[in-house]
Design a binder for this molecule. Sequence first.
Ligand SMILES: NC(=O)C1=CN([C@@H]2O[C@H](COP(=O)(O)OP(=O)(O)OC[C@H]3O[C@@H](n4cnc5c(N)ncnc54)[C@H](O)[C@@H]3O)[C@@H](O)[C@H]2O)C=CC1
Ligand SMILES: CC(=O)C(=O)O
Length: 307
Amino acid sequence: MASPKKGSQLAIIGAGSVGSAIAFACLMRSVVSELLINDFNEKICEGQVLDLQDAAFVSATKVKVATLRQCGEADIIVITAGARQRPGETRDALVLRNEEILKGVLEGMQPIKKTAILVLVANPVNILTCMAQKMSGLPTHQVIGTGTLLDSVRLRVALKQHLHVSERSIHAYIVGDHGDKQVAVWSSAHVGGKPLLAFEKLQGIDLDEEAKKVANKAYSIIDLKGATSFGIAAVVSEIALSITLNRLTISPLSTYSERFDACLSFPVSLGTNGVDTIVYPDMDEKELALVEASAKTTREACAKYTK
Ligand SMILES: NC(=O)C1=CN([C@@H]2O[C@H](COP(=O)(O)OP(=O)(O)OC[C@H]3O[C@@H](n4cnc5c(N)ncnc54)[C@H](O)[C@@H]3O)[C@@H](O)[C@H]2O)C=CC1
Ligand SMILES: CC(=O)C(=O)O
């Protein structure tokens, strides 16, 4: 069993489908010594914690219910509180409901621990990350969103079927928007130092169709089971490990990009102090134009937040 850093805490605000799955993933991987769980539905929150405590015997992590104020003291704070999409609804359609919830959560946690890393999961994730960067009181590099890491994982899993190599060895990124305007960067994707587009096994495969399936995967899962939860849970546990172990792993996450003057998802190195470096993959003209279009939308949506 891994031994987490003594006294380390990860708080999860919102203990619904996503929050509880994230708690379970972090518990199974003993990411921190203590998980703090908050939900304004106290009954759900207590139920989830009691259930998680039954699973904690295979973990080095303890789990407890916490107030928003206590969550504000954690080293990593994950925000899933928010409405989820109904079948066919876009992530962007959640914005008004989830801005209101996020505002209440950020106020309730104040003052947030100065070294905390805030991880936004609730949708639309780029816009909520921008809002939290302006309102949390934390430096921008300490406020991230899960961005397009889940989409990039989905893309790599799809490509694995064709390439027969581990998804961890496929360096292909979805960037920009975690939503309908997401962009698959094919032009600089590679495997083992060889350009992805040069692989014979991919000749004859409609890559735009593969990217479309990835962009629509959440809709398919929501149609079938009402919500997505396990993929994002695995993603957040990876993010949390990159932070606690100061791994500086490169993952596409929502962050403020000076180049595009917007909060967008790009590969960043992530460690204990938050985002260290943004790495912009080489993009061809078409890819760049699509990213610029989604930057414009996000910039406009975020313009109303002031620091
Ligand atoms: N970024 C990503 O890749 C993903 C994002 N999501 C997003 O995560 C969010 C949550 O989804 P689910 O867990 O499926 O929804 P859910 O409805 O199962 O859970 C949301 C929880 O938040 C709680 N909540 C609402 N307001 C709160 C507040 N002010 N304080 C504390 N708790 C509060 C609710 O009581 C509920 O338990 C949605 O916005 C969804 O779109 C979901 C999957 C992937
Ligand atoms: C719901 C969502 O954002 C996803 O699974 O990608």
